[in-house]
Every structure is written in C-alpha cells, then in structure tokens.
Design a protein around this ligand. Structure first.
Ligand code: UDP
Length: 343
C-alpha cells in the first residue's frame, strides 16, 4: 500500500518530478533524501525485498516490483516524471556467481521492463546505476570509461547488458538521453546518521568489519591474501555515499539541461587494500576485532581504481569526502545507531 509523506517541497507543483526505483535501498534512499533537499518531487518504486520502508525520508513510496509491468506503467502514468533514476537491483558479486539467473532477471530483464515502460510513457531522461564490475580485471589502472568491458562475474555482466540496452535505445531514439554511473565501492552513511546501509545479510567489507567490531559477527574474514598487490589483499576505490548522491544530482541537472547520453565512473581515483580498511575500522571503532585470513572469494578482481576526470569535467562533480576515516566514521555512527534501535 502506498505510503504518503508530505513536505512543503513535494507540495510545490512546479518542482521537477523524479521517479526512483530502489529508493528504499542503501544508495537510492540517500539520493531520494538529497533530491528532496534540493527541491525535487520524488516517487520511490521499490518492492522492499532488500530496502526498508523507513529509509524513504522524502516523497511517496509505491511498493511494487519491476516484474509487475501494469503497476509500473500505471505508476509512471500517474506521476509523470521528468526523469527516472534506476537503482533497484541485486548487487552482490559472490551471490551472483552462485545465482546468475537471479542477476540476469533482476538486473537485466527488469531494466528492460523499466525502459519499455519509460518509453511508452514518453519519459526521455534516465539515470542508471552501473558498476565498476563491468570492467572485470582491467588491464590498466586507473580505469577510464573507455576501458574494454570484460566482466568476470554475472553481476558485472548483468549490468553491462543493461548499459547496452541504454546505448542502443539512445542510438535509435533521438529524444532519449541517459547517464550511466559506474559506481566503485560505495560506503559510509549520511553524516547526520539519518540513513545508512541496512541489509539483513550485509556482505560488503566496511559493514562486515564494523558489525564484527560490534560483536554482531564473531570474526571478519579477509578473502585472499595472495593477490598481486602490495599487501596481497584486494584494492578498491571507496567512495562516500554523499558524494555519490551528489553525482546523481549533478547528472540530473545535466540531463534536465539537455545534456546528451554519457557514462561516468564514480570514484576518487585511488584505493585502499582490505588490510588498510580493516586497520581503519579497528581505529575508528576502537575495537580490535578478530580477523581471519581465508581463500579468495570467487569473482573478485585484484584492483579497481576509477579515473574520474570525465565526471569532474562534464558534470562539474566535486567530491567533498575523499577521506577513508570519514567514510568509516559515518558508517560507524550509523552502526551504533542501528545497534541501539533506530528511532
Ligand atoms: N571482503 C573481505 N571480507 C568480507 C567482505 C569483503 O575480504 O567480509 C573483500 C572482498 O573480497 C573485496 C573487498 O573486500 O576484495 C571489497 O568487497 P565488497 O564486497 O565490499 O565490495 P565489491 O568490491 O565486491 O563490490
């Protein structure tokens, strides 16, 4: 059943309208809040399979699935969005290796459903959540947007396919423009602790590490110490969620000002190893939690670092939180809030 939250901003009928799929999830919810604060009218479309109703802090929520084409079409027809942001997806590399069809259905087939519904409704601006996983094990670092796409897991392949749908659609359909944002490792939480990551079974490194510090998990496993990196563990480009949210607002402004289709990396251009992240998690939490070194996890590339000159130049994106300690500190504040029961 739809939930309505009103605010002065959503009652402003002149405001631009943005439909956000997956707006109850980790990244989507931060973007919904940022959109609200920037004066947009927002409608979240989310099946709440991994998202939380309480995370939608602005606008309206329609609980629906992207498989439900009639509801999707009706929602778009009723809301008449100026643009759509598509976050709803499955996002775990390890799970994608074991359940590839789930990833092709949720990430590729459902993206196709959305694109069909969007075009049938005459909406012609879309921002798509893509991932650095489309690059696989890149031959050159940092990775530019022109690097060959060669995903090494079904998650990356499922997102690559959706990117292809978008590129082909934009090529065929003059009115349609999109921005695909290839996220590197998104982490941290809203600096005011209003939102953060809140999955039933978190798999991402920073969340696992901090929940281990809190005693929710008995130990943190480090997946592989024999990678060809300085300390043998994987290196990732961790980007703070607020900077990523801002990239979406910048992309939206760009498209609403008649920008043409583009693809951008979202990362800071440098990375940290798993061991460095673990060390910062211990420092920020003040807890010397147990770490166990284990075998590699399937599907993990050794190193992923974004070249970000393009998004800075084309969208004017200016990250504010390129600071691993800040990322960990905001994530820790959020974990503390969750552990006390959010209110
Ligand atoms: N990782 C780890 N232990 C964990 C979770 C992740 O060692 O409990 C490693 C993982 O193998 C990868 C890095 O941390 O090298 C980042 O993984 P994450 O799942 O956070 O993000 P991904 O890069 O897969 O999107």
């Amino acid at each position: 059943m739809p939930t309505h939250r009103s605010s002065l901003i959503t009652q402003n009928s002149c405001a631009r309208r943005v439909l956000v799929t997956g707006g109850a999830g980790y990244i989507g919810s931060h973007v919904v809040l940022a959109l609200g604060e920037a004066g947009y009218q927002v409608l979240t479309y989310d099946n709440l399979s991994t998202g939380n109703r309480d995370a939608v802090l602005h606008g309206e929520l329609v609980v629906g699935d992207l498989a439900d084409k009639p509801l999707l079409a009706q929602t778009i027809a009723d809301f008449q969005p100026d643009a759509v942001m598509h976050f709803a997806a499955s996002i775990e590399v390890g799970e994608s290796v074991n359940k590839p069809l789930k990833y092709y259905r949720n990430n590729s087939v459902h993206a196709l459903n959305l694109l069909e519904a969007v075009r049938e409704a005459g909406v012609n601006r879309l921002i798509f959540s893509s991932t650095a996983a489309v690059y696989g094990n890149p031959l050159e670092l940092p990775v530019t947007e022109d690097t060959l796409l060669a995903p090494i897991n079904p998650y990356g392949a499922s997102k690559m396919m959706s990117e292809r749908f978008l590129a082909d659609l934009a090529q065929a359909d003059e009115a349609f423009e999109y921005v695909a944002l290839r996220y590197f490792n998104v982490a941290g939480a809203d600096p005011q602790s209003r939102l953060g990551q809140d999955y039933a079974n978190p798999t991402h490194l920073i969340t696992r590490a901090l929940k281990t510090a809190l005693g929710i998990f008995p130990k943190l496993q480090v997946f592989g110490t024999d990678y060809p990196t300085a300390d043998g563990t994987c290196i990732r480009d961790y980007i703070h969620i607020s900077d990523l949210a801002q990239a979406h607002l910048d992309a939206l402004t760009y498209l609403l000002n008649d920008g043409t289709s583009q693809i951008f990396n979202c990362g800071y251009g440098h990375g940290f190893s798993v061991r460095e992240v673990v060390s910062m998690a211990r420092q920020v939490s003040g807890i010397d939690f147990i770490v166990e070194e284990t075998d590699r996890r399937e599907g993990d590339p050794a190193e992923l670092i974004a070249a970000n000159a393009q998004i800075r130049r084309e969208l004017g994106w200016q990250p504010q939180h390129d600071d691993l300690e800040f990322i960990l500190r905001t994530a820790w504040d959020w974990e503390l809030k969750l552990s006390k029961g959010r209110n």
